[in-house]
Ligand binder design. Structure first.
Ligand code: C2E
Ligand code: CA
Ligand code: CA
Length: 412
């Protein structure tokens, strides 16, 4: 038995779950018998079925967070195996992306059908009891969102297979000497008809459908190859770094760390030339696996940056727990730096915190000269943003850096 699958007992007559209440688990009946009851709006209960050993009850609540659609009561003493939503979510996460999407679609349709049946039943009794039209609209809207995600996930998979994805590189500037210290690799998806599709749209879908893993591996190899070519073109080997965004599903891959090492070796790069950008969310979601893999990366000499720092979790204790090298201050704090005294204090505190813990601090989204000057005066190590350079393709990076002067600004 899995640790997350507990045994539960219910006595005859006991209510196991109640219609309308939220549930966090399903049950497999091992012994006994239950009765499924539908509660009408007038309070009357209608017994619609009985279930015995081998049946599953409450399965919908482990796929989504909607309330139970029926009440279940034990009619004989029962022994059940409890399946928690977390356990199910874990299994679903590692399932084929198409299975993930289809299970969501089936569930949404099933709930929609139940709502319609209920509406029909209510209409035959009294029309005033019918569920409000917006409930149905929300269900339909939810369903079309899911279908749209499936469509984008399929398009993304094709784009990846057809090598249509691109990487742009945004320079990260050392604020103390004005030199380019490295780059952040950012994915671009130029769609033949729709133009560039925003990463804000396709990255979360790629994460949820599991396709981010293949995309990240492509980004790793491609950006390491680009760094090698950029350094060769500039004749300055081993000085620049590449910062690559990784998502939660990437860390589930057993070959995650070996793949990083092999990309570095293949392109003759030093471990310190690779930085992993991850969010606080990832650390909180899977702390053990993240700690183990990040520590392995740090031991090898790679960098680890916390992206969007300050927007995530209030507890900062994780900064001690994880082997973090760099804090990237989220652009929302930089945006308000000039006008808002409190923002300035917050940024000052983050820089102080980073320094006292021996970490580097990078500011994101620097758009103006004043912001850059304030950050430099506050002791911020490095910065990236439209003020210095926009994300751009490799050839433009090489052209720009070929005659880069310290302190030069380029808007790409
Ligand atoms: P992020 O990691 O926080 O990346 C920084 C975002 O800020 C980028 O948006 C960049 O173009 C934008 N940016 C840079 N400087 C400025 C500035 O001065 N002003 C403003 N307003 N924006 C600036 P982008 O490229 O649209 O990417 C959005 C997000 O998509 C990224 O946020 C990241 O979370 C995700 N993403 C992009 N590429 C990848 C990737 O290869 N893998 C993964 N897992 N996520 C990625
Ligand atoms: Ca990032
Ligand atoms: Ca960021």
């Amino acid at each position: 038995m899995d640790a997350t699958q507990a045994k539960k007992s219910f006595s005859a007559g006991e209510i196991i779950m109640r219609q309308g209440e939220k549930g966090k688990c399903a049950y497999i009946i091992e012994e006994g018998q239950v009765e499924i009851l539908l509660e009408r709006p007038d309070g009357a209960q209608l017994s619609v079925a009985t279930r015995g050993p081998g049946s599953i009850i409450g399965e919908m609540a482990i796929v989504d967070d909607a309330p139970r659609t029926a009440t279940v009561r034990a009619v004989k003493d029962c022994r059940m195996l409890e399946i928690s939503r977390d356990d199910f979510a874990q299994r679903l996460k590692t399932a084929d992306p198409v299975i993930q999407m289809i299970s969501q679609v089936i569930l949404t349709r099933y709930r929609d059908m139940l709502a319609r049946v209920e509406q029909l039943g209510d209409t035959t009794q009294t029309t005033s009891d019918a569920p409000p039209p917006e409930t149905r609209e929300q269900t339909v809207a939810g369903q079309s969102d899911v279908l749209e995600s499936v469509r984008i996930a399929n398009m993304f998979k094709e784009a990846l297979a057809n090598k249509e994805l691109q990487l742009y590189y945004q320079p990260i500037i050392d604020l103390q000497n004005g030199h380019v210290a490295g780059f952040e690799a950012l994915m671009r998806w130029p769609h033949p008809e729709q133009g560039f599709i925003s990463p804000g749209l396709f990255i979360p879908i790629a994460e949820n459908s599991g396709q981010i893993v293949a995309a990240s591996q492509w980004a790793l190899r491609e950006s390491c190859a680009a760094l090698q070519r950029i350094e060769n073109a500039l004749g300055q080997n081993g000085r620049l770094y590449m910062s690559i965004n990784f998502a939660s599903p990437d860390f589930d891959e057993p070959d995650f760390v070996p793949n990083l090492i092999s990309a570095l070796e293949h392109h003759h790069l030093q471990p310190a030339q690779l930085k992993l950008e991850i969010t606080e969310r990832l650390l909180i979601q899977q702390p053990e696996i993240a700690k183990e893999k990040l520590q392995a990366c740090r031991n090898l000499g790679m960098g680890v940056s916390i992206d969007d720092f300050g927007t995530g979790y209030s507890s900062l204790s994780y900064l001690y727990y994880f082997p973090i090298e760099t804090l990237k201050i989220d652009q929302s704090f930089i945006r308000a730096l000039e006008e808002d005294e409190r923002s300035r204090e917050l940024v000052r505190s983050i820089i102080g915190l980073g320094r006292s813990m021996g970490m580097n601090v990078t500011a994101e989204g620097v758009e103006g000269q004043n912001e850059a000057a304030i950050l430099r005066d506050l002791g911020c190590d490095s910065a990236q943003g439209y003020y210095f350079a926009r994300p751009m393709p490799e050839d433009k990076i090489i052209a720009m850096l070929s005659d880069w002067q310290p302190g030069q600004m380029c808007t790409g």
